[in-house]
Design a protein around this ligand. Structure first.
Ligand SMILES: Nc1ncnc2c1ncn2[C@@H]1O[C@H](COP(=O)(O)OP(=O)(O)OP(=O)(O)O)[C@@H](O)[C@H]1O
Length: 635
């Protein structure tokens, strides 16, 4: 190791560390955000929902009092007054019954509407937050991905569940207050006993909710792996190898064992729920039975009226179910908040790469990009990939990176794009540390074709314009880029031309009339990757990581001739194992074991007789017996 850290990177955060049960402050923060989210998404639906909840909570209490009133009037024995006396309460009872009958439907509709609205908003906010993670490191942390998955699940449901919980709590509280009050009028002691019986119910619900949240976290890795295997088993990309190698059974076995592992945890949770709930229900039934016996005894002694007994018979189970409901709602709301905390954590995570304290603009490259004593490893516990790399890329020059597999070439270009920050050392853009330049600004100055260009299940035009979205409205620009990459004829010939969907998984794009999309060959996809970078005509830095590995020799020759043209006078970094393509670069850096071992132009490196000479001689000897044109293609 050499040199002092010129700018130590922030320790990679691990937002997904298995969270302990969130504390009251975290839950308070989650509650605030969930309610704000629900309010912002659908204020009127939220207000209507709460109003209907209040009315439907008050209805059963009012109905019970009205029934008592009617029964007491009927059994009072005062002849002639009974019909007139019961007309008004009977009409009120009928009205309340109608409201009570309609309320659940209305509540159901409002609940579904609120859920859609909040889930839509939460989904957008979550993915907008994820889009602000400019680096790649978080996406390589399994714990982060577990938490992201829980956040995706919770973001959709939790806010409305929290509101639902709040509505349910209000409903249960009104109901409970009404019936406890009614019981207290008849017998304060009984009211106190029935109310106190709610304490263990509350405790049980909170305990269960904590366990549920823990179970969700514990099964998340298994669920993610299960989804991974299930996707492999049904994806067209994996279908060839899986069928050829007969690996379906093996992968299915893995998928099922992940499912079984998750089911064991689910079963454990269900049993614990069954045990606790059964005990509580038994206790509640015993209490209700005792209350009933006591009421019947009191009525037979004449200490209670028939109306009182009917009130008591309605009030005891209502108080019990009110307490159960209250506890259940609290448990559910607690669980939703614990889950929603994952969402809040992700949404509040902020940028993964330290944002510059004093951002400096990335102006057009005027002098050079300097890589100064750069050390890099992907994780603290992983080996160094780059070990003190020093390189200067002058404006307008072509740098080629050569070296055996795993020597760190692609890693170096990932650092140039600032997908990661160097662990030590720094990279300067005209003297400004890349860390001081906002990532989006830097990237707007870079065009890159990566080793494995992405295959988007989008139309051909969208597949090119993804690098420069303004080109979606300017089809000629996409065509020009495709022409430079040697893809225009192929794309124009597709059933729907540039509107054809490049996918066999989704239906084709508008207007091609073919019904199903098409799939490109590996080399054609590589050209699409090139077209993407060619679309960024004013990029200052062109990065080409193995741009031609999948091309046939003639196509490779043609592409490299074009690349030479495009690179002329522009700053570029080319990685290629085809040393014939590398030899024209102004400077060739040979990486070995994460260090620059050789540096110079083709002639100088050949004369040096080192690794470059060895690799070049080995490669060119392979072509010596080939026909003349193939030789031409590689020289
Ligand atoms: N995302 C990653 N996480 C952890 N290790 C990685 C990651 N990407 C690459 N590596 C490791 O870093 C080392 C250098 O990889 P890199 O892709 O930079 O090599 P390369 O020179 O481009 O190789 P090739 O010629 O095969 O493309 C390898 O040992 C690889 O295993």
């Amino acid at each position: 190791m050499s040199g002092t850290p010129a700018g130590a990177a922030r320790t990679p955060d691990r937002p997904g560390r298995a969270p302990a049960t969130p504390g009251a402050r975290d839950l308070g923060r989650a509650l605030g955000l969930a309610l704000r989210l629900a309010f912002r998404s659908s204020p009127w639906v939220l207000a209507s929902h709460l109003a209907v909840t209040l009315v439907s909570a008050a209805a059963p209490v009012a109905a019970t009092w009205l029934v008592k009133d009617i029964l007491d009037t009927l059994t009072s024995g005062a002849s002639g007054t009974s019909t007139a006396g019961i007309a008004a309460p009977a009409a009120a009872l009928a009205a309340i019954s109608t409201v009570a009958a309609v309320a659940p439907q209305l509540t159901g509709y409002l609940r579904a509407r609120m859920m859609r609205a909040t889930s839509l908003r939460a989904h957008e906010d979550l993915h907008a937050a994820v889009d602000t993670f400019t680096g790649l490191r978080r996406f390589e942390h399994p714990e982060f991905l577990d938490q992201l998955r829980l956040a995706q699940q919770a973001g959709g449901l939790a806010p409305s569940q929290v509101v639902e919980g709040a509505a349910g709590l209000t409903r249960s509280a009104v109901l409970l207050a009404g019936f406890v009050g009614s019981l207290a009028v008849l017998d304060p002691f009984l009211a106190a006993v029935v109310s106190l019986s709610g304490i263990p119910v509350l405790w049980a619900e909170i305990t269960l909710s904590r366990r549920r949240a823990r179970t969700f976290w514990d099964i998340s890795p298994s669920e993610r792996r299960e989804i991974f295997y299930a996707t492999l088993l049904t994806s067209v990309e994996a279908a060839k190898e899986i069928r050829l190698y007969g690996a379906g059974g093996f992968l299915r076995g893995r998928m099922m064992s992940e499912r079984r592992a998750a089911d064991v945890l689910r079963e454990r949770m269900d049993r614990s729920e069954l045990r606790i709930q059964s005990a509580l229900q038994t206790a509640a039934a015993v209490l209700a039975g005792a209350g009933l016996l006591w009421a019947v005894g009191a009525a037979s002694r004449g200490a209670m009226t028939v109306g009182d007994v009917s009130m008591l018979l309605a009030a005891i189970p209502a108080v019990q179910s009110g307490i159960g409901g209250l506890a259940g709602e609290l448990g559910q709301a607690h669980h939703s908040l614990v889950m929603f905390d994952h969402y809040v954590t992700i949404v509040r995570l902020g940028p993964d790469l330290p944002a510059p304290h004093r951002p400096r603009p990335a102006g057009p490259l005027r002098e050079a990009i300097e890589i100064q004593d750069v050390w890099f490893r992907y994780e603290d516990e992983l080996p160094w990939v780059l070990r003190g790399v020093d390189l200067r890329i002058e404006r307008g020059t072509a740098l080629a990176l050569a070296g055996v597999n795993g020597s760190g070439k692609s890693t170096l270009v990932k650092l140039l794009c600032r997908f990661y920050d160097p662990t030590r050392g720094r990279i300067l853009w005209d003297g400004t540390d890349l860390r001081d330049i906002p990532a989006a600004e830097l990237r707007a100055r870079v065009a890159a074709t990566f080793q494995d260009p992405m295959r988007y299940d989008l139309t051909a035009r969208e597949n090119i314009a993804i690098s420069e979205l303004t080109a979606l409205e300017a089809p000629r620009r996409c065509e020009e880029a495709a022409r430079l990459a040697g893809m225009h004829e192929d794309l124009a010939r597709l059933p729907g031309g540039y509107a054809t969907m490049l996918s066999r998984t989704f239906r084709s794009g508008e207007g091609d009339g073919s019904g199903s999309g098409v799939q490109l060959s590996g080399g054609q996809w590589q050209r699409m990757g090139l077209a993407r970078s060619f679309l960024r005509t004013d990029a200052d830095l062109l990065i080409l990581d193995e741009p031609s590995s999948g091309l046939d020799p003639a196509a490779e020759y043609e592409i490299h001739a074009r690349l030479r043209e495009r690179r002329a006078g522009r700053t570029s970094v080319l990685i290629s194992h085809r040393l014939g393509a590398v030899k024209d670069a102004d400077v060739i850096a040979v990486l070995e074991d994460g260090q620059v071992r050789e540096l110079g132009d083709h002639r100088r490196l050949l004369a040096r007789g080192g690794t470059y000479h060895r690799l070049f001689t080995l490669q060119s000897s392979g072509y010596r017996d080939e026909p003349a044109e193939a030789e031409g293609a590689c020289s």
